[in-house]
Every structure is written in C-alpha cells, then in structure tokens.
Design a protein around this ligand. Structure first.
Ligand SMILES: *Cc1c(COP(=O)(O)O)cnc(C)c1O
Length: 365
C-alpha cells in the first residue's frame, strides 16, 4: 500500500467516548494544549512499504523503544491549524492545503518521507469529523489541530530513519490572550538566535523550538511574553518571534515584514495578511529591517504599530519592546487601527462572518 489512492482509513471509534455534559464542562475556558479530544489519527511509513495502516482510533500513548530514533536525533516535524464553528453553521478549516504542503516541505528538509497532501487533509478531516463535539462554540475559541510526524525506528545509527509515525491529535483552545489584554511585550534577544542560513529555520520542526526555549525563558524573566529573534550572521536584522511572524505598520499606512530569506518560517497567516493587505490597497514591503531602525522609527513615529501573527494568536499587537540596552514603546502601547483592521478582516473570514473572496475557508462535510 504505497500510493495515496490505496490508503484506506480504518475507523475504530472510542469505546468509552466522553459524554456530552463532560465535554461541555471541559470546554469552559480550556487552558491551551491541555484539553484533548477523544481520538487520534495515525498513519505509518516503513522503508520499502511506504504509507500504510491509516487509522482513526481512541487517543492513547504510543509504545516506543528507548532506542526510538526521534529520542536521539530529533527527526520530528509538526503543523498547527484550527477548526471552527463558523457563523454559517458549518465546521471550517483555514487553508489546510497550505499546511499539507508545508508539512511536505518540512519533511523534505528533515529527510523524512513526504505524506501526500490528500492523505494529510483526509487525516485532519477525519479527526475533526469524529471529534466535532470538541469544537468550542465560544467567540475566539477553536479546536486546535496538531498533525506531527516522528522517526519511530529503534536504531542508534546516524542516518534518516526507516520507520515513521504520522499522527493527528486535537485540543480545545480558548482565545490566546487573556481578556482585556490588547498588546504583548517582547524581548529582543541579543544572545540567542533561532535559525542560521542553511539550517532548519524554514522547517516547522520541534528542534527549532527546543533551541528557542532558553530565549523564551530569558524573555519571561524580563517580564516579556515573547522573544524577537535577530539574524544569526549579524545579530542585526529582525527575523521573527519564537512561533510567529512579525509586521510593522509605517506612518504612510503601509506594511513592512522581513522577507522569506531561508531562515524564517513561512507562516500561512503571514502569507494571508500579505494577500489581504493587497486587496485592502495596503502596500507591503518585504525587505530586511534592522532592530536599530525599528528602535529609531518607533521613537520618531515613523513606525506606528507592530504586530505578530500566527495560527495560535492570529494577529497580536506588540506594545512594548525590551532589550539589553533598555526599552521602548510602539505607538501608545496598545492595538493600533491597522492591526485591528487586519485582525478583524482575517478572523471575520476564518469565522465565516464576512465573505471569503480568496477561497481560504475549507468546510468539513
Ligand atoms: C508556525 C510558526 C509560525 C506561524 O505560522 P502560521 O502558519 O501562520 O501558523 C511562525 N513562526 C514559526 C517559527 C512557526 O513555527
């Protein structure tokens, strides 16, 4: 069974699925990443056989050998996406084909087998379908979907593994930020970098996150919510946050964002904002921007707003910036009008509140 057309999903529903009243209780203010749905989808890959054993079953622990390759050499990639109850009464995903493509590209970089995009999409849809009762209805809430893949072969030799497990799990999530909080504070790391030229910055792999956690801890210690990483070669150019891309709003109303230079994760939210801006008549300049210029432009008023974007937090204003040499504020420290416009348009399309002229919304039957 090596081609995608032959991949048949076996469905074994949970024998003891969570009753509706218990799900309802769990969906009240779920903490991020803790309230998991009942099922998972798995597909296995073995050298010589290809993709096989596609299955929807009760969510349960994996049994892995202590020599499991991922535990030693970190061949692991993931995706993050959300399922919503749209205002139109339908369950929808946002641009899932883009996640499927990026997952293949991440796999290629990490010497892992490339799951056909149709199989990725089917796995996600099957999980959303069987666990639809776990999609919260509250404003700003959603079912966060986590497709991932890891090297499962028991072997300590250093080479690409010959066995992998692809899996999709889901968890109910509320709004990313606490109510009343309209902007975040960021820490600009002058010590740690996230990705170097020729490295794995473009791949959505767990290893990038492992490398970024020390900077995130440093940020927390400085009272900041997130880290802004600069480029590895010169420690000069703004790249992105630990898990979000970044945009600047200039005083002429245009946007600026660092280019996809090979060390930045190509965010689907980032790409969508660039398309959305074009339609709104807002110019977007994708060119390198230095930390020094950001600081000077914030002081002179040339930069009016700055925001971070990604699936988890969608669009989030950056109000304050701290670094080894001091701190500065962007605008009045809250969410500015352009950030608000983009956030409102994007979430409006995602939630089915406004028309989707791009064909981004994907309904789950
Ligand atoms: C996932 C991720 C993003 C955001 O990508 P989206 O597709 O918009 O969710 C940005 N930066 C990093 C490092 C990421 O891992």
């Amino acid at each position: 069974m090596s081609t995608e057309n032959q991949l048949q999903f076996v469905i074994e529903p949970h024998a003891n699925a969570t009753p509706a009243d218990q799900i309802a209780a769990k969906l009240v203010n779920p903490a991020f990443g803790r309230v998991f749905s009942d099922h998972m989808v798995t597909i296995r890959w073995t050298e010589g056989t290809g993709w096989h054993d596609a299955k929807v079953e009760a969510r349960r622990p994996f049994e892995i050998d202590p020599a499991c390759a991922v535990l030693h050499y970190a061949q692991e990639i993931f995706e993050g996406m959300k399922a919503y109850h749209g205002e139109d009464g339908k369950i929808s995903l946002f641009r899932p084909q883009a996640n499927a493509r990026r997952f293949r590209e991440s796999a290629e970089r990490m010497s892992m087998p490339q799951l056909p995009e149709a199989a990725f999409l089917e796995a996600v849809e099957k999980l959303v379908d069987i666990d639809r009762a776990w999609i919260p209805a509250a404003e700003g809430a959603s079912l966060y979907i986590r497709p991932f893949m890891f090297a499962s072969e028991s072997f300590l030799g250093v080479r690409a593994a010959h066995e992998y497990i692809f899996c999709v799990i889901a968890c109910a999530v509320g709004p990313y930020f606490k109510p009343g909080k309209s902007a975040v504070t960021v820490w600009v790391s002058d010590k740690y970098t996230r990705a170097a030229s020729g490295g794995t910055g473009v791949a959505k792999c767990g290893g990038n996150y492992a490398a970024s956690l020390i900077a995130q801890t440093e940020a927390s210690n400085k009272g900041c919510d997130q880290v802004v990483f600069l480029d590895a070669a010169e420690h000069k150019w703004i790249e992105e946050l630990g898990g979000m891309n970044v945009f600047f709003v200039l005083d002429d109303g245009s946007l600026r964002t660092p280019p996809l230079s090979g060390t930045i994760l190509p965010g689907i939210t980032r790409a969508s904002i660039i398309e959305l801006a074009a339609r709104e008549g807002i110019a977007v300049d994708q060119s390198p921007y230095s930390f020094e210029a950001w600081q000077a432009d914030a002081a002179s008023g040339r930069v009016k707003e700055t925001f971070a974007c990604g699936t988890a937090a969608v669009v989030t204003a950056i109000g304050e910036v701290r670094h080894a040499g001091g701190e500065f504020r962007i605008g009045d420290g809250g969410e500015g009008p352009v950030t608000q416009l983009i956030r409102t348009r994007l979430t409006g399309i995602q939630r089915g509140r406004i028309a989707d002229p791009f064909g981004w919304v994907h309904h789950v039957a």
